[in-house]
Every structure is written in C-alpha cells, then in structure tokens.
Design a protein around this ligand. Sequence first.
Ligand SMILES: Cc1ncc(COP(=O)(O)O)c(C=O)c1O
Length: 353
Amino acid sequence: MQIAVKRTDKPKSRPDDSDLTFGTLFTDHMFNMDYSPDKGWHNPRIEPYAQIPMDPATMVLHYGQAVFEGLKSYRTASGDIQLFRPKDNFKRLNRSCRKLCIPELDEEFVFSSLKELLKIDESWVPSAPETSLYIRPTIIAMDPFLGVRASNTYRFFIILSPVGVYYKEGFNPVKIWVTKDHVRAVRGGLGEVKTAANYAASLFAGEQAHKNGYTQVLWLDGIEQRYIEEVGSMNIFFVIADELITPMLNGSILPGITRDSVIALAKKWNIKASERKISIDEVLKAHVSGSLQEIFGSGTAAVISPVGELKCGDSVLSIGNGKVGPLAHRFFKTLTDIQYGKAKDSMGWIEPV
Ligand SMILES: Cc1ncc(COP(=O)(O)O)c(C=O)c1O
C-alpha cells in the first residue's frame, strides 16, 4: 500500500527540551488508516495532527473497543533516531486486537509507516538527557451503533508526543500502596492485553493511593488478593536474597517488553531470575527476615522505577533505606544506554529509523 502524505502548513512551535512533561504535547503530523469489511485496512496516510470527528454513537465511546501501544524513539549523541524493540509492540498490538475482536494489522507495514511518520516529524525528537518521543499507536471502533457487538469499522492512528521524565520523582524511589479492595484484572479477562478498559479499572484505586500520599498501586490477583501482579501500569520485580523474581504471566498480567528485557539481561548476567507466583505475604516475610533487598517496576515510560516504600494494611515497609538499589540501577543504566545508543546493543533490540 502506498502512504499518502500531506504536510502541515502550520507547524507548531516546540518548547525547549528542558520544559517537556509527559503526554501533553503532540507533534505536527499523525498516521491514519481505516478498516472496513469490504476494503480491509486501507487509505494509509500521514497528515497534519487533527481531531477525529465522531458520531456520538461511535462504538468506542460506549463499549471501549480500543487497543493501543506505547513505545519511544530516542535521539543518540550522533543525532540519529532509534527505536527499542518496536516490532514487539506491533506484535503485542495484534495480540490485543485478537482479544478485542479487532482485525489485525500487517506488522511490517505499520512498522514502516511509523518510520515514515518519524522521518517527517524528525525535528520533534528531543535530545536532552532522559527525553524521548513517545509513540502511541491506537485502534478504535468506529461504527455509529448502539448495541453490544464488535464494530465493523475501525480507525488506526499513530500520534507522537515529545516527553520528559514520567515520574516527577525522576529515577528515584516511589511510594507504593497495596490494595486488597480493588483489582485491575482477572484471569480470562483483559489484563494481559493493552486495552482502554484496564486503565479505567485502575483509576479508582489510583486516586485512593494518591489521596494517601502514594504514587502507585500494587495490584494483587483478582481471585485471592494474595499474589502480586503489577505495579501501577508497570510490571514488578523483587530481589529477595540472591533471586530476582517477577510474577509469572498468568493471563491477567501485561507481558511488558521492558519486563522481558530485564529477564533477558538478568540471564545474560547469570543472575537467578524467576518468573513465578509471589505472594504479598512472602514479600512481607522477606522484609522481616531482612532478605528483601529491592523492589522495582519496569515499563516503557519510566524504564525502571525503584520502590522505596510499600504500604500494606498497617505495615509500612521501607525498602533499601529508600535508596535506589544496585540491580535497579544496573538495569536502568544498561537499558537506557542501549536505548540512547551510548552502549553497544548486543541483544538485537535497536531499530534505526
Ligand atoms: C498495565 C501495564 N503493565 C506493564 C506495562 C509495561 O509494558 P512495557 O514494558 O512493554 O512498556 C505497561 C506499559 O505499557 C502497562 O500499561
């Protein structure tokens, strides 16, 4: 398919890299493509960033049939632009499509479309340390129809947002609130894919955490509220004695690309890395015995997010004296050095634009 390109005649002004926040500002162009049963995915185009006109009955607004991805492009010291494991994001987008009854995309085609878009908005990729261009591919159900069924028509779009650090804390430990009253997802549900409903399900507990002075929620399993699943919108790791532990993928955890990268690096470094069930009781006990060394989250937005405090019921655990642990630091530095081209990518994770 040929991508039609229409460039903006009203380029926006860009703030300094030092003023960038997260997710508030969008570039000059976006990629769009439509789906209909007779034409399949068609009319791929790069055009000026614009609103999407919608009938109030548009199905995504009512039934949440939407999937999306989040990845970043990075500027290297030599000025080049590169992506970190982008094909894994498109693979995961198609997994999400299957779960939400949305027609799948041609992964190679959307990857090359993303590269075209990035070339056009190249000047928007910031270069200050820890800044990047966040990429949000999204698919939404477009039928104007009330009634629960899968839509027949869809819009796929990619928007780009220059971003600074995700947490105001930067690469510093955050405070986490364990909830037994709310669950994010259950096995057999939507938790293992990237769809809007999971984030809606997380809002109430997130607000409770914020009101109590905590940055994120630690999610437990939806059945027994006992086994740890994720932290905020990140995967989670524990260092207990000499073992690096992350909850095994069980059908309600999103298989994070950063999570997979952490496990791969740990194996390369001969660290004992386990994907297994881990209960909140095991973590509390490890803290009492002194073997709980580190907790950190992993995700595209913050890469590695160390946890300095965990509140669970009446217990408040201080982790690693509130300081960044050595493994969290090592993973953060190694991953960001690869992402920004400061270190050689021996894992085959980088794609040049
Ligand atoms: C719910 C959830 N879990 C985990 C992650 C981490 O995934 P990744 O490392 O691919 O960004 C994300 C972010 O995409 C997420 O939204």
